[in-house]
Design a binder for this molecule. Sequence first.
Ligand code: IMP
Length: 180
Amino acid sequence: MQELVEKVLINSQEIQKRINDLGKRISRDYKGKEVLLVCVLKGAFVFLADLIRAMDVPLKVDFIACSSYGSSTESSGVVRILKDLDYPVEGKHILLIEDIVDTGLTLNYILSLLKERRPKSLKVCAFLDKPERRVVPVKIDYLGFKIPNEFVVGYGLDYNGQFRNLPFIGVLKQEVYSQK
Ligand code: IMP
């Protein structure tokens, strides 16, 4: 699988270091509060798994799934809830965990949905940000890395459902996309 990778943008040591820093910062900010981490499936599950182990506050996790790219690399702009949360949100401190903010459409949609449920607070923690691609403005409270406008895979992010298990963030060789 690694032979299909053109280049590594962020290696696993850089990822772990950044996540430890984020975990400490978030723990400081939520000291004395219980937080519900809402993980946006599927891409954010690897990030969530590492982030919660870098956090030192009482926390719960829940999962929400939305339609995103399907099998192509371009956003359709259409957001649909495929799996809703198990826990109620009202009166809770919610931290939304996203893999990557690209156009911002998915995040914008989920944020407005959660706001309607009247959480006590609502913040966003995203692993990656591609600011050049933004269509709607969104505030990211905690960010892992800003990256250029390239389609990336690994560390939970997929192309066509695959490559989520790569331990780094990388860019695939052009031949992978032309094989389809
Ligand atoms: P947005 O709605 O355009 O911000 O897209 C957000 C979703 O698209 C992310 O949660 C990812 O699932 C997917 N996505 C955006 N860019 C990439 C990428 O470079 N690689 C893999 N998935 C991506």
